[in-house]
Write a protein that binds this ligand. Structure first.
Ligand SMILES: C[S@@+](CC[C@H](N)C(=O)[O-])C[C@H]1O[C@@H](n2cnc3c(N)ncnc32)[C@H](O)[C@@H]1O
Length: 277
């Protein structure tokens, strides 16, 4: 695991409060990578990632899902609309909670969804509350990842699954690679990035079984080629300068993440694991 001790929780909250509108305008409804198999548009590729995770986790009709780090609510809304799931989304950003609530009303799934502004590391749910704990690109922001997996396992019913997509540190002790990952952590407000092996161990130590990992690095990397191009062409960096230093730092690290994926310093993966029935 590579740690970046300068990241503070308030910076993460503030980043998502300030930047959600920009993510929507520059990227789309999902604040996550696209998953490509051909020359799909970014919008289709983003949706493919969500749908592929749902298939891998074998999400069934009407299951109870907790969406940890729900962003604008797009995964939750998809699961509620397409699979009739009952969804609880949590996000550390009040702006995103309001956005997700409005989007759920717009898509006619308000009755099947609730969105809370809460810290996933603080909130408590009763044991055995959910069939699935789903989280796309949020565990990167958590300070105590092993504890999160222990808590998530308790929230699951026996037979329930965790379905996670995460940015990962590559499996290397090379100094340059580690520096690259550190620069990504700093710019994207990640207190640490675990390796695929770290995630597997956190799952197993939490009591989860049948842990499966899929390396999607090659199929998601195009995300950053497109984002870098859009940032350069849109002049959004000038706007970021008017917002705050962290917004500029964030945009300035897009090249670092692209390089990190291309050189193997970082990976991107999906994990599915089960609580014993
Ligand atoms: C990269 S975005 C992913 C959003 C969403 N999962 C998606 O795929 O569109 C990261 C999300 O994690 C949330 N987040 C970060 N730290 C969190 C925490 N401690 N508790 C709850 N949510 C958190 C952010 O508010 C944001 O919604």
């Amino acid at each position: 695991m590579i740690a970046c001790p300068t990241v503070r929780k308030q910076d993460i909250r503030s980043h998502y409060n300030l930047s959600t509108l920009f993510y929507r305008l520059l990227w789309g409804r999902h604040i996550h990578h696209g998953l490509w198999s051909g020359d799909e548009s970014p919008r289709v590729a983003q949706q493919q990632l969500t749908e592929t995770l749902a298939r891998q986790a074998n999400i069934q009709r009407c299951e109870q899902v907790l969406d940890v780090g729900c962003g604008m609510g797009s995964s939750s809304i998809y699961l509620a609309a397409q699979l009739d799931c009952q969804v609880t989304g949590i996000t550390i950003s009040g702006v995103q909670r309001n956005w997700a609530q409005c989007a759920a009303r717009w898509h006619n799934v308000a009755k099947q969804s609730q969105f809370l502004c809460a810290d996933a590391e603080q909130i408590a749910f009763a044991a055995n509350s959910f069939d699935v704990v789903w989280s796309i690109e949020c565990t990167e922001h958590l300070f105590d990842k092993p504890r999160f997996f222990r808590r998530a396992t308790r929230w699951l019913r026996p037979g329930g699954r965790v379905a996670i997509c995460a940015w990962l540190a590559g499996n290397t002790a090379d100094c340059e690679a580690m520096l690259r990952v550190h620069r990504v952590c700093e710019g994207f407000f990640c207190p640490s990035l675990g390796t695929a092996d770290d995630y597997r161990q956190w799952c197993e130590k939490a009591g989860l079984t049948s842990v499966r990992f899929h390396d999607w690095t090659a199929d998601v990397t195009r995300t950053w080629e497109i984002c870098l191009d859009r940032v350069r062409r849109s002049g959004v960096r000038w706007l970021a300068r008017a917002v705050d230093r962290n917004s500029v730092l964030f945009l300035d690290r897009f090249e670092a993440i692209l390089e990190a994926y291309r050189t193997g310093a970082m990976q991107y993966g999906c994990f599915i694991a089960e609580r014993h029935a």
